[in-house]
Design a protein around this ligand. Sequence first.
Ligand SMILES: NC(=O)N[C@@H](CC(=O)O)C(=O)O
Ligand SMILES: [Zn+2]
Ligand SMILES: [Zn+2]
Length: 347
Amino acid sequence: MNNFLRLRRPDDWHLHLRDQQMLAAVAPWSAGLGRAIIMPNLVPPVVTGTHAAEYRARILAALPENATLRPLMTLYLTETTDPADVLAAHGAGIISAVKLYPAGATTNSASGVRDFDRVRPVFEAMAEAGIPLCVHGEVTDQAVDIFDREAVFIDCVLDPVRRATPGLRVVMEHVTTRDGVDYVRAGGDIGATITTHHLVINRNHILAGGIRPHYYCLPVAKRESHRLALVEAATSGDPRFFSGTDSAPHPDRAKESACGCAGCFTAPNWLSICAHVFEEAGALDKLEGFTSLNGPAFYRLPPNEDHIRLVRHDEPAVFPDRIEAGGETVTVFDPGFPLFWHIETDA
Ligand SMILES: NC(=O)N[C@@H](CC(=O)O)C(=O)O
Ligand SMILES: [Zn+2]
Ligand SMILES: [Zn+2]
C-alpha cells in the first residue's frame, strides 16, 4: 500500500478568509498553501482594485511569518462595476479574477447581480483580457427548488452568458451536480472547482436523523448520485477540475440558529480528507493534479516549485473540533471518518 506521497505544494482556488478577528483566527490554517483565490464577499464587498489591494495587505498582516500562502485577489461583480477598473486592477497585478454572485444566492451576496445584461460590458472586457469569471452558479428564483438551482442556472444564465460572450473564461465554483460536471466536460473556456465537503457528504448528512447545520453550505449538498459524479470528476485526472475548498467559516452561534447560515470550515483538514477520498477511489496518483496542477494550468500560472509530504500513519491525524475566533467558536468540518493522512512540511 502507498503510505507516502510527495506533492507540489497545493493551492486553494476558492477560499474565504473573512476579515478582522475571523481573518486573524482562520488565516494561519491556510498559511501553508501555495496560492489561494480569495473570495470578495466581505461586508461591504471588495468591489474595486483599491479595496482588493487593501484587503490583500490585511491578509498578509494576519499570516504567520513562515507562511507560504500568496493571496490571489478577486473583485465582487456588481451592476455598477466599471470595466476600466477591472482591467486596471488586473493589469496592475492586483486581481486574478472577478466573482459573480447572483443577488441573494448565498452569504453576503446582496450586492450581486440581478440583471445580467447590465454587466455585459464587464464580461466583454474580461473575455478580451482573458480574466477568469468565477461563478456562484445558482438561480435565486424562489419558484425553483433549491436542489435544482445549479442545473437551472446552467441552462438559464450561464450558457446564455457564455454564448453571448465568446472567449469568456469561466470557473464554475463549487460544482455540486452531475449536470454541472457534464456541462464543464462539454468544453470551451471553462473549469470547475470541487470542494472537499461535496466529495464526502450528500443531503442525508444534513437532514437525516436530525438537522445538522455544520453540513449546510451553498450550493447545498445534493443526493448521493451527484456526490459520486463529483468524486469521479475529481479523481479522473481531467484537468478541468481542481480543488477549491470553499472553506467558509461562520461563528457557531450563526450556524446553530433558527436561520443558520451557509458554509463549512474545512481549512484545517481538507487535504487529509482529499487524500482519503482519492485513496478510496484508487486514484492517489491523480491527487496532485487536483490539488496542485490543474488549477494553475487553468489560471495560466506555473505550478508551485516546492513540495509537501503526505504520510499515511496508523493513528488518525488530530484536528481541533472547533477553533476560537474573536470570542466565538467556529466548528471544523467533520468528515465522519478518521483521517490517516498526515501533512508534513517541506519534502
Ligand atoms: N459556500 C457557502 O455556503 N458559503 C460561502 C459563500 C459561497 O461560497 O457561496 C460563505 O461566504 O459563507
Ligand atoms: Zn458560492
Ligand atoms: Zn465560497
